[in-house]
Design a protein around this ligand. Sequence first.
Ligand SMILES: *[C@@H]1O[C@H](CO)[C@@H](O)[C@H](O)[C@H]1NC(C)=O
Ligand SMILES: *[C@@H]1O[C@H](CO)[C@@H](O)[C@H](O)[C@H]1NC(C)=O
Length: 319
Amino acid sequence: MFSLKLAVVFVLFVVETSSNQALDERISWKEWWAYEGPSGPTRWGGIEDSWKICTKGMYQSPINILPEKLLFDPNLMRLNLDTRKQIPGNLINTGHDLTFLLDDVMSGLFNISDGPLMYNYQVNEIKIHYGRDDERGSEHMVDGATFAAEIQFIAYNIDLYKNISEARIQPYGTTILAVFAEIGLPESSTFQTLVNYATRIRYKGQSIRIEALNIKDLLPRSNYYVTYEGSFTQPGCQETVTWIIPNKPIYISKANLISLRNLYQSSSDLPVFKLDNSRRSVMPLNNRVVKTNINYPGRGDLCSMSKETFYEVNPAMRI
Ligand SMILES: *[C@@H]1O[C@H](CO)[C@@H](O)[C@H](O)[C@H]1NC(C)=O
Ligand SMILES: *[C@@H]1O[C@H](CO)[C@@H](O)[C@H](O)[C@H]1NC(C)=O
């Protein structure tokens, strides 16, 4: 009797994806790629024809952000984040990463607009990237340094496109708000909540329902960011992403990271590989410009920012 009751509780909490058609339609389980080994990042371009850009693309992400090369752009607006207080969705072990898929409701639960954006974007999912070491978890780097983790809010253009699948292959299709996480205090309680739920979906294909996630607690309190045009950091690496990266991290615990590294890449019958690395190496910047709304001291204040100094900041921009 007891075990039956337990089994019922288990089913209520953990929904195997095979029994959840709605989720199956929104997640691609069949993709064979990895962060290491023979189907690792340097080989992604050869796995499928449409993924060629992973290898050949010139606008790939992530990148190493060089503070001294940032271009201050006085036209960049304040970023507008409209989020419901509590957001319902499903936390999924995709085998590649930990993804929180927001419920697909007609009106967005979390919208991103302004900043460098000309359209309105709706967050579809949140992905957490981390690595084997506390010092090497984020995908983006700043001046050659990595952070403990990177939380990516993946949003699509709702003014032009119907869903993320359509948007990710179209111009101005998507934006990703990438938040760095560092070990420290005050700890994000929402991150802690995500990790607690994650320990119940250790194997690929498992998912768990979260009725109310407080997203605000995953966002740093800062109006400053850097932005550039890049790509998805997973196959097919489509170059349709406006990246927005706040200048402040949120804080998480070492214990959180240890729990995440105990997830598995494989399903429960084959618990071979730990899901302890979900980061792609930095890609060449090529001639891209990384802009910021941070007006560094010594570069004059916003009001005195003339066209001339605007171009002076980055010599590469001089015509
Ligand atoms: C997001 O945008 C949609 C469409 O404009 C709107 O209906 C919805 O209320 C917005 N959501 C939030 C949380 O502001
Ligand atoms: C996304 O929108 C496109 C174009 O309207 C449609 O063909 C496709 O079935 C939609 N995909 C999903 C997953 O809803």
